[in-house]
Design a binder for this molecule. Structure first.
Ligand SMILES: Cc1cc2nc3c(=O)[nH]c(=O)nc-3n(C[C@H](O)[C@H](O)[C@H](O)COP(=O)(O)O)c2cc1C
Ligand SMILES: CCCCC(=O)C(=O)O
Length: 387
């Protein structure tokens, strides 16, 4: 265990057993229920909800239960190493904060609080294009560690270029391009509440602070919010692209490029052929296609096919240390975590995000060690059995 996480672990773990109760649960599978008590129905459903019947979100969790760890004994796992290298950068643990937009709907400090908590732990936060905070304001509170920026790809090339240039200038090095949300999925959970945060101007800080986007408007956003919002929504939704569009990104980004939302092995191969640096095997936490395959079920085949050509990352359904171990054993270099830290933000702002991340890291560290492994690099499919 590295010094860094040894400290987090002992503080949480020993204080818990010593009778000091945490501000809220250390069981990240219970966070949704706990956060529901503090959030308004609209924002809660927006965060917790999934596409359609919710089948994909459920499938994501069930897929983890079909794999089981087989602990090994007497392996001298007293000291564990969680650090790993992703996209050429060393991360203190194989955990990344997934891009989550509109964080102001759960806490006024929004992405600032999340960025500070991530920076304190040295973990990358992927800043969303749909953030409630501008690129420059997030950068100002980010730590010295790697900064990742997520792109919802505007169909106006000059606006896109301007946003990417700002992200580069603000020190973001990795570009994560989300492919699976070129339109919002069918989400009855939000339709039934009549709640879509963007229509209220939430999650528009990036375009509204962008000079090229603003030059496209007849009136400034504070004079005609509805028109500015509609202009933005029509730029980032409704346009699907094809593989021939990718060179545009290379022309406008000189760092690593990661494609998020890959589920089919042929798409993973195509991404590798296109020369991208990484992919996120993800179904957007079940928010886009109802009835889709669990993201974890596609990971082994994809990692086997392209893991030697690019970095394979994973998200959708990660809630526990064991989940992280399973995803790494099945070929992911690191996992992204979404809803759990958003619930932490809702429940306690920056401290709440930190509590969630530290709980996950402590659980990961203990699960790794008690299963008989000294480092995340040792994990492979042989540490699991299929139930
Ligand atoms: C409220 C919310 C907002 C999200 N916003 C974005 C976004 O702006 N960009 C993006 O690429 N993914 C977005 N996602 C998807 C996450 O990046 C991630 O794929 C997903 O949450 C992972 O699943 P999990 O929540 O089960 O961990 C969002 C997810 C949630 C819950
Ligand atoms: C344009 C969609 C942004 C938010 C998002 O990705 C989600 O709600 O899942």
């Amino acid at each position: 265990m590295s010094e860094r996480f040894g400290h987090y672990q002992s503080e949480i773990y020993l204080s818990g057993y010593g009778g000091t109760t945490p501000a809220f649960t250390t069981d990240l599978t219970r966070l949704e229920a706990v956060a529901e008590r503090v959030l308004e129905p609209g924002p809660f459903a927006y965060v917790a909800g999934g596409a359609g019947s919710g089948a994909t979100s459920r499938a994501n969790r069930e897929a983890f239960d079909r794999w089981a760890l087989v602990p090994r004994m007497l392996t001298d796992a007293t000291e564990r190493e969680l650090a790993t290298t992703v996209l050429g950068e060393t991360l203190p643990a194989p955990v990344v904060l997934a891009p989550v937009g509109v964080q102001s709907i759960v806490h006024p400090e929004a992405e600032r609080a999340t960025a500070k908590a991530a920076a304190g732990l040295g973990l990358p936060m992927v800043m969303s294009t749909a953030s409630s905070t501008s690129i420059e304001d997030v950068a100002a509170v980010s730590g010295p560690g790697p900064r990742w920026f997520q792109l919802y790809w505007p169909n106006d090339p000059d606006v896109c270029g301007s946003i990417l240039a700002r992200a580069r200038a603000a020190g973001f090095s990795v570009l994560v391009v989300t492919l699976d949300t070129w339109s919002l999925g069918w989400r009855p959970c939000d339709l039934d509440n009549g709640y879509l945060p963007f229509l209220k101007g939430e999650g528009t800080a990036v375009p509204f602070t962008d000079p090229v986007f603003r030059s496209r408007l007849e009136s400034a956003p504070d004079e005609d919010l509805a028109m500015a919002v509609l202009r933005w929504i029509s730029m980032i939704t409704g346009t699907d692209r094809d593989w021939d569009a990718l060179p545009f990104l290379r022309e406008h980004w000189d760092g690593p490029i990661v494609l998020k939302g890959i589920q089919h092995v042929d798409d993973a191969r195509r991404a590798a052929d296109a020369g991208v640096d990484g992919i996120v095997v993800s179904n957007h936490g079940g928010r886009q296609v109802d009835g889709a395959v669990a993201s974890l079920d596609m990971l082994p085949e994809i990692a086997t096919a392209v893991g030697d050509r690019l970095d394979v990352l994973f998200d959708s359904g990660v809630r526990t240390g064991a989940d992280v171990v399973k995803a790494l054993a099945l070929g992911a270099k690191a996992v992204l975590v979404g809803r759990p830290y958003v619930y932490g933000l809702a429940l306690g702002g920056e401290d709440g995000v930190r509590h969630v991340l530290r709980s996950l890291l402590a659980d990961l560290d203990l699960t790794l060690g008690l299963s008989g492994h000294r480092s995340v690099a040792e994990l492979g499919p042989e540490v699991l059995v299929r139930r």
